[in-house]
Design a protein around this ligand. Structure first.
Ligand code: FRU
Length: 481
């Protein structure tokens, strides 16, 4: 193979561009970012030998999708992460055009990672192989090659293995496209993680209630939370519908019951996981405390990465903060892990604020670029509540139970763009602002808006406003790096 990629090539690239990357004022403070180049999906999220590992899709060579490696970070506490050597490089015949997304499990005191080897020939025809690599120490990996080939009836868009243990077997869910160009989630079973049996398709576009539900389903993840089986999945090609499915690709979940004897999945309707502009390809794991934790890619494919404001500084995209998932009152909740509180300092309590009739209530400008704010609604006798943070707006319209987030577009000059969701009653809002990102959690994580924010004036001017009487409590913290 010509120009086989080596670790040295990666490190030279990092060395060359890291100065420029560090000079970007939009660089985040407490989120995982690529040292240089492009980051997309979180991969291989796992707890192994006393530490958390998160890997990610990484093209160190350009701010474009392409030659994906597995970048790697390690942490004891989920909030302080240190970079580890690049874990997987596309350097074998079966992964030469990218070590695509996948997952990790611990087996017999070793780390088993499963990923998709992406291969393209000179005519750009794609092939994909589900591959295994094993590590003793969680740092160095030995590739074992392909363990699954694309079965009949599917195209080469067959990827993103997520492995989990259930009953007395290992199971793998995979993102797939049928020859009829329908997205599906398919299932494999194994006793030893090496020999895998195709068990069939579980759910997909064209199934009852899922007509026109996408031409490809990426990055599935399945786990049990309380008495539900949750399937996370990212369908591509669902048309926008009212306030739903506004991003180019969707990320959401089905809650239901997975019966691994009959290979059936009785499920409720698809619900979007996040309502913001920049969220995709989440991955979860269960940690030793029994918590179901999630990382998402704080990005999506729209507009092309080279148009991103940070691209000229030779890096693009980040991961979300790690979140804990809960199943409560028929809903999947997401909230920052409790360890995140350790990063909060210099609490300012603005106390109870009484808003009345359209009079804007300014809070002191916030000078820090990384801060958290918590707002709890004590009583609401108005139709709408609006909060302005810099050039972004959070608006709750109680009359129609609609929550709206508006940001200044960073691709279309002088335009503002919005995302929405319905909220029956607004109790509280947690806002995590980190330089050029904002994660907004409503009602303890019932709804989340994850977005990148690039503003012309970095003042972080904060104002509250309502068209009637509203009592709110507001607190603010700086977030330590
Ligand atoms: C999702 C995705 C995956 C694929 C990876 C490649 O964002 O397209 O399906 O494995 O990214 O980087």
């Amino acid at each position: 193979m010509k120009n086989r990629i080596t670790k040295d090539m990666v490190y030279k690239c990092v060395e060359k561009d890291q100065g420029l990357v560090a000079s970007d004022p939009h660089r985040l403070h407490y989120h995982i970012m690529p040292p240089v180049g492009l980051l997309n999906d979180p991969n291989g999220f796992v707890f192994f030998k006393g530490v958390y590992h998160i890997f990610y899709q990484w093209n160190p060579f350009a701010v474009e999708h392409g030659m994906k490696c597995w970048g790697h970070y390690i942490s004891e506490d989920l909030i302080h992460w240190r970079e580890a050597p690049v874990a997987l490089l596309p350097d074998k015949w079966y992964d030469k055009n990218g070590c695509y997304s996948g997952s990790a499990v611990v087996y017999q005191e070793q780390l088993y990672v499963f990923y998709t080897g992406n291969v393209k020939d000179d005519e750009d025809n794609r092939q994909s192989y589900q591959c295994l690599a094993i590590s003793e120490d969680g740092i160095h990996f030995e590739k074992k090659g392909p363990i699954i080939y694309v079965p009949d009836g599917y195209t080469a868009h067959f990827r993103d293995p997520k492995v989990f243990y259930r009953g007395d077997s290992w199971w793998m869910v995979l993102g797939a496209q049928t020859e009829a160009k329908k997205g599906e989630t398919v299932v494999y079973q194994s006793k030893d993680l090496t020999t895998w049996t195709f068990k069939g398709n579980l759910i997909g576009s064209g199934y009852k209630g899922l007509e026109n539900f996408g031409y490809m389903w990426e990055c599935p993840d399945m786990f049990r939370l309380r008495d539900k089986d949750i399937l996370l999945v990212c369908p591509q090609g669902i048309p926008a519908q009212g306030i739903s499915y506004q991003n180019i690709f969707q990320s959401g979940y089905f809650a239901g019951e997975f019966d691994n004897q009959s290979m059936s999945f009785h499920h409720e309707k698809f619900i979007e996981l996040d309502r913001g502009f920049d969220f995709y390809a989440p991955q979860t794991m269960q940690d030793p405390k029994g918590r179901r934790l999630l990382f998402g890619w704080m990005g999506n494919a729209e507009e092309g990465p080279t148009k991103h404001p940070t691209a000229k500084y030779k890096w693009v995209h980040a991961l979300t903060v790690p979140r804990q998932l809960e199943w409560k009152n028929g809903k999947l909740l997401q909230y920052p892990v409790e360890e995140f509180k350790q990063l909060l300092e210099n609490e300012v309590d603005f106390g109870e604020i009484h808003l009345d009739d359209e009079l804007p209530f300014p809070l002191p400008n916030i000078n820090e670029t990384a801060f958290a704010m918590y707002l709890s609604v004590e009583s609401i006798g108005a139709n709408y509540l609006e909060m302005q943070i810099g050039e972004s707006h959070l608006i709750y319209n109680q009359a129609i139970n609609l929550f709206t987030f508006k940001r200044r577009s960073f691709t279309k000059p002088h335009s503002v763009e919005s995302r929405h969701c319905t909220v029956d009653f607004l109790h509280d809002i947690l806002i995590l602002k980190d330089t050029s990102s904002m994660e907004i959690f409503l009602n303890q994580g019932e709804e989340v808006f994850t977005s990148r924010i690039f503003e012309e004036q970095e003042t972080n001017k904060i104002r509250l406003q309502a068209n009637g009487k509203i009592k709110v409590n507001v607190k603010k913290w700086n977030v330590r790096r």
